[in-house]
Write a protein that binds this ligand. Sequence first.
Ligand code: GLC
Length: 386
Amino acid sequence: MIRVAYLDHTSQWSGAEIALFHLLTRVNKPVHPIVFLAEDGPLAIKLQEAGIEVRIVPLDEKVRKRNRNSINLQLISSAFSMIKYGRLLARMLKEEQVTCIHTNSLKSAIYGAIAAKLSALPLVWHIHDIVAPPYLKSIVAKGIKTLAHYLPDGIIANSNTTLSSLNLSQSSRRQKNIVIYPSFAEPSGSPSREVKVFKSKKHFTVLLVGRLTEWKGQHVLLTAAERFLPQSHVRFWIAGDALFGEQAYKDRLIQMIEEKKLTNVTLFGHVNDVSSLMQQADVLVHTSISPEPFGQVIVEGMAAGLPVIASNEGGPREIVVHNETGLLIPPNQPEALEQAILWVIDNPGTSQIMSEQGKKRVQQYFMIDNAVDQMVRFYPQVIQRS
Ligand code: GLC
């Protein structure tokens, strides 16, 4: 039995945490997961409901909520808090007879490394972010890349894009690296995907799902939506909320909708059951304006049988085959987005074929059982190496 401690500094229901949830709710022997979260929240609740052991070990809010890019005097006090926290974790991990540590966020990668050193346990970094500007300041990215060479015994990246951002040159690699795609997990108890669901004949629905944050580009969709105002049957649904101090961006979106009188746009806020929105939608769009590390919602859309339109950079390029399973468009160009949506509206037959091919691609490359298998087989390799 491999007792793995999964560390995350946040308990928000956000991309990396959703990916972790899917892995842990499917993980099988010989892995026994114990999740250590630095705060209580939706992830903790959902994991507990799924019968997974969760320990809430509170971390100072100033450290938890600290902007990853800020370099100031508080950095020193944050570093002390992280060391203290790492020490506490090391003690707990020994008590729990943990055999391996798996960190799921950049902050937990740092305090997890401290805990790993103090407890002499093997360390796996699971990286969900592109370690480069514009997501990270150049100096912060450099620091993380350097640490990535020395601290973890194994690295899991959510895409080749993410892995290559770490610049782990072949010769200096001391650890094992692997790409495990965040994958599609059928919601338990939901009807089979083959069941035909009612789609509104009155409307053509464009759906965008994701955290409300500038780099996810919801404002680009609003600009495109404005061009569709004369075509009243086309409507735009935006699901997701501002999570990490991004309220100002949400306010900006609301203001844009009011000022431009975008009566064709609905902002849903956080939606628990995204799959039911997907069943009513006609196309899924993904509008990130800087490279998306992966983009698991695109996979979800493809699995739900939707044609997808996504920005032509980063993770989406690994998911979508242009013109075969969806359309890849230049980021941050409302006009290109408008044209792509018009194309899907005007070509229902070809779009349908794309959706079918998209579903097949999900079956081939993005199923959760494969991802879990890869992860379970990865630990012994890392443990052996350390
Ligand atoms: C992060 C990334 C997103 C990815 C998710 C799961 O939220 O921003 O692209 O899909 O993690 O790995």
